[in-house]
Design a protein around this ligand. Structure first.
Ligand code: AMP
Length: 458
């Protein structure tokens, strides 16, 4: 029998207590398979997706090796996108919070390089970033990799798809040969095999068969007409009243059209597409995570790599082209033992897609006419509103400072304060809508860490 408790791994007492405080009770499938090998210093090539708990599988081993007194970069984590890098860094920070003075720096494109150079000057134990920007820093000699003992390639197949092969090679060649290399990839095409052959030493290959148990996701399909899709979507939302949901569309234009229509119908909705500036993108995601917006309308591309999982409902406004994408989309629901719901709209002409999805899953799927549903024409508004504070990690703001300002001077009960997210230059806090006016006024009038900052409602 395998032991799925973290206690079996020989981690420090402090780390075990930290994992416990983070709600990590048992190892996930990929952790159970990879952690013993990775903690033993082996090179690993593993197949796992976001949501499988993969971040901890590489973060725990690398953290166990960090020497806080050595300020050279000791671990390098390469990710395809800024979103993934940000999520990974956040998780690494959580897993490192019992270890004092460990610095994690994010180096991604799309952001000015100056502040990144500034953070590197102060020393960084762990670097998380995208290949292009890391290469820029190497060229400028603002980053050195000669002390790296662990290299992680996260979503390696996507990095190669995005044309990062040459950058990755250049980067790896500047790391010591005796490093540990951990590679994660959802697929194993030939270029991944060759990347692994060239840069890993006798890697152990691990795959976790069932990434999600399809039985846990209830899949329902509704027939409508092209011209009535917007109304049909409102009907779906009114009937099922999802607490939170992603609505997938084919195109950026469709995301705009759909979110505009839902807003017109009084349903709080945000659109996520590739046209958004990074800052707006961050804000959209934060509002969705902070539950101040229930519905996120997105394209597959925009949703890729997002740390949004354990969703109660996924909706396909447009059915994807192929069954693999469908399965990937709906895999964002039905996690962690909870039953998920996947709702899809289809038109008469899309019957073949339904057959394809059924065949792929080995089941026969049928669609009901949308008219069979009834429900209210609108949805209840979200419980929270997000406030943005114009001060972040740069100003050394911590969640406790914000919570203190709210519950102290502003007189807001702690129970009315939801999630708090701190970015480099801004902080976001979810406030129950009942007391949001009071919280806004209190924060505007009062001080956080002895200073007053601009506050606004998103
Ligand atoms: P990841 O696949 O690394 O993006 O992780 C998905 C989410 O699962 C993260 O929010 C983790 O904090 C959480 N998580 C990872 N491992 C565990 C575990 N063993 N028990 C509970 N939660 C976990």
């Amino acid at each position: 029998m395998t032991d799925s408790s973290f206690a079996s791994l020989g981690l420090s007492k402090e780390q075990l207590a930290n994992l416990d405080s983070l709600g990590y009770e048992e190892m996930t499938a990929v952790q159970e398979k990879v952690l013993p090998l990775a903690l033993d210093g082996k090179d690993v090539i593993a197949q796992a997706k976001t949501g499988s708990g993969k971040t901890a599988t590489f973060a725990l081993p690398l953290l166990s090796k960090i020497n806080p007194r050595d300020f050279g970069a000791q671990a390098l984590i390469l990710c395809p996108t800024r979103e993934l890098a940000t999520q990974v860094a956040a998780e690494v920070r959580r897993l490192a919070r019992h270890q004092k003075n460990i610095k994690v720096v994010i180096l991604c494109g799309g952001q000015s390089i100056g502040p990144q150079i500034g953070s590197l000057e102060h020393g960084a134990h762990i670097v998380v970033g995208t290949p292009g920007r890391i290469k820029d820093h190497l060229r400028k000699k603002t980053l050195r990799l000669s002390r790296v003992n662990t290299l992680v390639l996260d979503e390696a197949d996507r990095m190669l798809d995005m044309g990062f092969m040459d950058d990755i090679e250049t980067i790896i060649k500047q790391t010591p040969r005796d490093r540990q290399t951990v590679l994660f990839s959802a697929t194993y095409p030939d270029n991944i095999e060759s990347l692994s052959e060239r840069f890993q030493q006798s890697p152990v290959k691990v795959s976790v068969e069932s990434l999600h148990d399809e039985g846990q996701i209830r899949q329902l399909f509704y027939l409508t007409q092209r011209s009535r899709k917007l109304d049909s979507l409102v009907k779906l939302l009114g009937h099922y009243q999802p607490e939170r949901a992603i609505v997938f569309c084919h195109t950026k234009d469709a995301t705009r059209e759909v979110s505009a229509h839902l807003q017109k119908m009084g349903i709080a909705t945000l659109a996520l597409n590739g046209d958004l500036e990074q800052r707006d993108r961050d804000q959209v995601l934060i509002q969705f995570r902070q539950q101040s917006c229930r519905i996120l309308v997105a394209t597959d591309v925009a949703a890729r790599g997002l740390d949004i999982h354990e969703l109660p409902v996924v909706i396909n406004y447009d059915l994807p082209k192929d069954p693999e994408s469908y399965v990937h989309r709906i895999g964002r629901t039905g996690r962690a033992g909870k039953e998920g719901l996947a709702l899809s709209l289809l038109t008469d002409r899309e019957q073949h897609k339904l057959d394809g999805i059924g065949a792929f899953q080995g089941s026969h799927l049928t669609a009901e006419p949308i008219e069979t549903l009834n429900g209210s024409a609108t949805m209840t508004p979200p419980d929270f509103v997000t406030l943005c504070i114009a001060a972040g990690r740069k100003e050394k703001i911590r969640p406790g400072d914000i919570l203190g300002a709210l519950t102290g001077e502003a007189g807001i009960p702690g129970s009315a304060v939801g999630k708090i997210d701190i970015l480099e230059y801004a902080a976001y806090v979810a406030i129950h809508h009942n007391v949001v006016a009071k919280a806004l006024e209190g924060l505007q009038r009062g001080r956080i860490k002895g200073r007053s900052f601009k506050i606004r409602k998103l």
